[in-house]
Design a protein around this ligand. Structure first.
Ligand code: SF4
Ligand code: SF4
Length: 404
């Protein structure tokens, strides 16, 4: 696609990057077929091709309107379009650049700004979320249903291994996951123990919530802090940096791109991304440890967008679960987003709820007794309305787990 960028951006690093991405798009429209918001809303401007066109016009100098911002906001950045695109268009990167430009020109309504600040204030500081849950959980029966369903159920944790191993990996504690679904990393710690590998927790947030809610400076600050912590652990001898929430892992995988115009940080981000491992990469070579754990239970696997479209590890996880003895039920439209998408379910609640309804119907169609996934956001979003338990797939490797 021809693009003639305006003076304000043409000779900047972002401008050059955006222009290259725009040129790769041949406007074929294949991507619209797998776009969840286009499927739901049926408007070309709520699909990838339309959004690319909107961003192009803004970068060429057209003044964006509140409607432009709305079409971009409605995109959960699921990246299904990237998987489908035959020309390799890096839509998510273009969307980041376009959104930053639009955010500078279209002032957000005060409600949206307040909501964004509230989300960042609450969810990126684990102690605040812990305090809120401690106060609200006892009041659950008194709360409006729409609010009560969002409160995660308290998870009961099994004992942690006490053995020290010479092999060590770093494990991201995360912000929301550490408080809302601590069973995930507790399970992973025991799984790694079985592989003869100790874990050192790295506290902190990957920056995704801030980055994707328009606070890119704040997001980068969190990213730099995390890079520094992980570097310390790697220098001390840890062999890898493991991240069990696919949303955080996908964000960390993007650090080299995000810092590509800041030479020192680009190199450090590159080193960290090279040490990043999905749990499936460590488990797959030793899957015989979990032979028969699944006892032929029927489960539906919801591959989060970040796992399938960014990390490309969905098939690896499905293979592990199958080898462990689970029967994976068929899931139609597996490429579609469930509507969670970071803070999307809070900023676009109607679309997120419609996507969840569609996803839960697809997941339930094969009659599973459990839904497994790989990201804290999807787990909580689906669990609020699912008719069967929802868990992280790592919990299913626990022989002693209490799932049906
Ligand atoms: S599939 Fe790729 S090349 Fe075709 S319109 Fe979509 S982004 Fe552009
Ligand atoms: S990222 Fe997802 S929702 Fe956004 S345009 Fe691409 S396919 Fe559609």
């Amino acid at each position: 696609m021809e693009a003639h960028l305006a003076d304000f951006i043409r000779d900047t690093p972002e401008g050059r990057e955006a222009e290259a991405i725009l040129r790769a798009c041949v406007h074929c429209g294949f991507c619209t077929a797998t776009c969840p918001t286009y499927q739901l809303l049926g408007d070309e401007l709520d699909g990838p091709r339309g959004r690319i066109y909107l961003i192009k016009r803004v970068l060429e100098g057209e003044t964006p309107s509140a409607i432009t911002a709305q079409h971009l906001d409605r995109c959960p950045t699921c990246r299904a379009c990237e998987t489908t695109c035959p020309s390799g268009v890096r839509y998510a990167r273009l969307a980041d650049i376009g959104r930053a430009v639009v955010a500078r020109q279209v002032p957000r309504p005060w409600r949206a700004r307040l909501r964004g600040a509230g989300i960042r204030w609450l969810f990126t500081h684990p102690w605040r979320l812990r305090l809120m849950l401690a106060l609200l959980r006892p009041l659950r029966p008194l709360l409006p249903a729409q609010f009560a369903e969002k409160l995660p159920v308290r998870q009961h944790l099994l004992l942690q291994p006490a053995v020290h191993h010479p092999r060590q990996v770093l494990l991201l504690e995360g912000c929301v996951q550490a408080i809302a679904t601590p069973a995930t990393n507790a399970s992973l710690t025991r799984v790694l123990d079985r592989l003869g590998c100790g874990t050192e927790f790295i506290a902190g947030c990957c920056g995704a919530l801030a980055w994707h809610s328009g606070a890119q400076e704040e997001g980068q600050k969190r990213m730099r802090r995390l890079i520094t912590r992980v570097e310390g652990g790697l220098r001390a001898g840890a062999e890898a940096f493991v991240v069990s929430a696919s949303g955080c892992a996908a964000m960390i995988g993007e650090y080299p791109d995000i810092f590509r115009h800041q030479p020192v940080w680009a190199e450090r981000a590159q080193r960290m991304a090279a040490a990043l491992r999905d749990p499936s990469e460590l488990i797959a070579p030793a899957i015989e440890h979990w032979d028969g754990v699944g006892k032929a239970k029927r489960i539906a696997f919801h591959a989060p967008c970040t796992l399938q479209h960014a990390l490309h590890r969905a098939a690896a996880v499905e293979t592990i679960l199958t080898r462990a003895g689970y029967v994976l039920t068929p899931v139609p439209e597996a490429h579609l987003c469930c509507g969670s998408a970071g803070s999307y379910s809070l900023t676009q609640p109607e679309i997120a709820a419609a996507l969840r309804t569609r996803k839960l119907a697809a997941l339930a169609s094969g009659g599973p007794t459990v839904i497994a996934t790989a990201n804290v956001g999807c787990e909580l979003h689906l669990a609020a309305r699912a008719s069967v338990p929802v868990c992280h797939w790592l919990e299913l490797l626990e022989p002693a787990n209490s799932l049906p």
